[in-house]
Ligand binder design. Structure first.
Ligand code: PNS
Length: 161
């Protein structure tokens, strides 16, 4: 059984992430969306909220499972029997960080490979941080996020104000 992990912060999940989830889930038997639960970042949504939101927007993908993880990605991959890490590449600016992470992960566990998918062109500019900035200034984020997620983001900012 071919198992892959698509790791990320997903704070929040965007249409760009969903595009990668949809395409990569067709390449493997099981895709685990790994939500990083990292105390050192200051996320807008808790890991539990991010898992819940991802569960909602991936409910129609039969072989996709969403799980939170903390610690090293390669340890989580081992625990879940995954042999592939999926990452999306938007632009050349992503490349240096992604290469560094993929090389480090391969040195840590050489039986786990990172596979990069180029994001679809319409999402090549998209990032969770930009979306949060637009929402914070009351801009329209409906083009970037599934409706369910966009509502959660607006609700969060309403609570913060
Ligand atoms: O979408 P993001 O926030 O860029 O995701 C980054 C992520 C979760 C893939 C990365 O931070 C990660 O895998 N962290 C887990 C900790 C780890 O294994 N670090 C060592 C990598 S060299």
């Amino acid at each position: 059984m071919k198992i892959a992990i698509y790791p990320g912060s997903f704070d929040p999940v965007t249409k760009g992430h969903l595009d990668i989830i949809e395409r990569s889930s067709k390449m493997v038997d099981k895709l685990i969306v790994g939500v990083l639960n990292n105390g050192s970042k200051n996320p807008l949504f808790t890991a539990r909220e991010r898992v819940e939101m991802l569960n909602e927007v991936t409910k129609n993908f039969n072989n996709v499972k969403v799980e939170a993880f903390s610690g090293l990605l390669v340890d989580f991959a081992k625990e879940t029997n995954a042999s592939i890490i999926i990452r999306g590449l938007r632009a050349i600016t992503d490349f240096e960080y992604e290469l560094q992470m993929a090389q480090t992960n391969r040195i840590l566990k050489n039986d786990i490979d990172t596979v990069f998918l180029t994001t679809s062109l319409e999402y090549s500019y998209l990032s969770s941080s930009t979306v949060k900035e637009v929402a914070r200034c009351n801009g329209d984020i409906s083009k970037f996020l599934p409706e369910y997620i966009a509502k959660k983001v607006y609700d969060k900012f309403k609570k913060e104000c």
